[in-house]
Design a protein around this ligand. Structure first.
Ligand SMILES: Cc1cc2nc3c(=O)[nH]c(=O)nc-3n(C[C@H](O)[C@H](O)[C@H](O)COP(=O)(O)OP(=O)(O)OC[C@H]3O[C@@H](n4cnc5c(N)ncnc54)[C@H](O)[C@@H]3O)c2cc1C
Length: 424
């Protein structure tokens, strides 16, 4: 049986960050990285905008500002980003403050979906050159913590140390690993919201600040803004019982592609369950299914003009002089979001959108489209044994799947932090 000093599961930013740290600090280590897809998934290959300022992407229960700043310097050293300049923001800052809204000043860079793919290829080639073995299309399916082996592609492979970084989509896989190795966890937080798509002249701030981060009262925030050659996409998920539902998302290509004059971004509300303690995953699945019911198996889209009048959108709503651009994600059903979204979440989001329209007048143009649902699972929160995200002797978790990050740069940082548990 093959045996490695370290096996890393997942080639997303968490796995990559861990691999670079390990091989650069202990070049003699025999390292194997497994990736179940042909190429790594997640944010590195979807828009790839990276935020280099705390607290963006850093869950506060796992990171202090000092820790995040320390690791962000390492991430910057590894990824060497070209930080985007920001301009003309003082009016927005002032208007936001007057409304009790916070506009965060974040260091950002944007590679685009095509640029992200190039970065993944460059990073994995670099790792292979340094001696890390990478096996694509190889999925880890089981673990024996006593023998210190994993099952992958019908093969048993031995490890001295294991770093598991399967991302948000690996939610269920990680739960199965935690059940097998007796790690306790909870899952009680979820983000629910909508994706807005409008003309860039209705949201001109993006010309000066690529992904503006607004925090509104009521735990609502703007998230993942895309402009240039920007598109709304659908992601398919399966419930525990195998039923499909979609969450919308957004991305943009790099500046090399022709701009389409549109911008999209999410408005998300964070919901935390206390008593009785509900599963965020199950809550999200139920909302996803409810949206599929109302959308005939597709996400729902509604023009702001119709929403304001209390009317559902129809196919005809997407014509006419006020409705002057076509949705970039036409594979949605014109409908009524308020029939699907819980009232408390909808009220908070609409209130925040009105505040946003006061800060940036125009975003609530009647033609603006609201897509629903956009769901962000907060992942499982495992009980860790130490500050390096060790969950079981010689088994570390990293990245979004384990709740140690919520974005590319923090995922990379969490991979480095887990790897330091091995290198000391
Ligand atoms: C559409 C989309 C757009 C996004 N855009 C951005 C953005 O612009 N900026 C940003 O900061 N964040 C963005 N994010 C979030 C970002 O993707 C994550 O924060 C980040 O990728 C998490 O890194 P990770 O390494 O934990 O997981 P991932 O990047 O998801 O990587 C995990 C990898 O593990 C593999 N894997 C899973 N299970 C197994 C297994 N059992 N065996 C082998 N391999 C396995 C997966 O195939 C995957 O490649 C986006 C997310 C999505 C879905």
């Amino acid at each position: 049986m093959e045996r490695y000093d370290v096996i890393i599961i997942g080639s997303g930013p968490a796995g990559l960050g861990a691999a670079f740290h390990l091989i650069r600090n202990r070049s003699s280590l025999r390292i194997l990285m497994l990736e179940k897809e042909k190429v790594s998934t997640g944010g590195l290959r979807n828009d790839c905008k990276m935020n280099f300022t705390f607290p963006i992407g850093f869950p506060l229960e796992n990171w202090s500002r000092d820790q995040a700043d320390h690791y962000l310097e390492k991430v910057i050293g590894d990824l060497k980003p070209d930080i985007l300049e920001k301009h003309n923001l003082s009016t927005y800052f002032r208007r936001a403050e007057n409304l009790g809204v916070e506009l965060l000043d974040i260091r950002q860079t944007h590679l685009g979906t095509d640029g992200g793919l190039r970065l993944i290829k460059q990073l994995t080639a670099e790792l292979e050159e340094l001696g890390v073995e990478i096996r694509l299309e190889t999925e880890m399916t089981g673990i024996d913590p006593v023998q210190k082996t994993i099952t992958a592609g019908n093969q048993e492979i031995g490890y001295e140390n294991l770093i598991i970084a399967p991302g948000r989509k690996g939610f269920r896989f990680l739960q199965s690993v935690m059940d097998r190795i007796d790690v306790s966890y909870i899952d009680h937080i979820v983000d629910i919201g909508i994706r807005i798509e409008t003309r860039i002249e209705n949201y001109p701030i993006v010309k000066d600040y690529y992904d503006p981060k607004f925090l509104f009262p009521g735990k609502v925030r703007t998230f993942c803004t895309n402009s240039g050659a920007a598109h709304v996409v659908r992601e398919k998920y399966l419930t525990a019982s195998g039923k499909p539902y979609y969450s919308v998302n957004g991305h943009a290509f790099s500046g090399e592609r022709e701009a389409n004059g549109l911008v999209n971004f999410a408005m998300l509300k964070t919901v935390t369950f206390t008593e009785p303690l509900a599963s965020g995953q199950e809550f999200a699945e139920n909302l996803g299914l409810q949206a599929m019911l109302m959308g005939g198996g597709k996400p729902i889209m509604q023009r702001v003009g119709d929403f304001r009048l209390g009317k559902r959108s129809k196919a005809e709503t997407f014509n006419g002089d006020l409705y002057d651009f076509n949705p970039t994600q036409p594979n949605c059903t014109p409908g009524d979001i308020s029939l699907s979204m819980p009232a408390k979440i909808l009220r908070s989001i609409w209130k925040s959108m009105k505040a946003l329209d006061t800060i940036i007048p125009g975003v609530l143009h009647p033609g603006t489209i609201m897509y629903y649902p956009e769901i962000k699972l907060y992942a499982n929160k495992p009980k860790f044994l130490n500050g390096n995200f060790m969950a079981h002797p010689n088994v570390y978790f990293a990245g979004d799947g384990a709740g140690t990050s919520r974005g590319i740069t923090a995922a990379w940082a969490s991979g480095v932090r887990a790897a330091e548990g091995i290198t000391g």
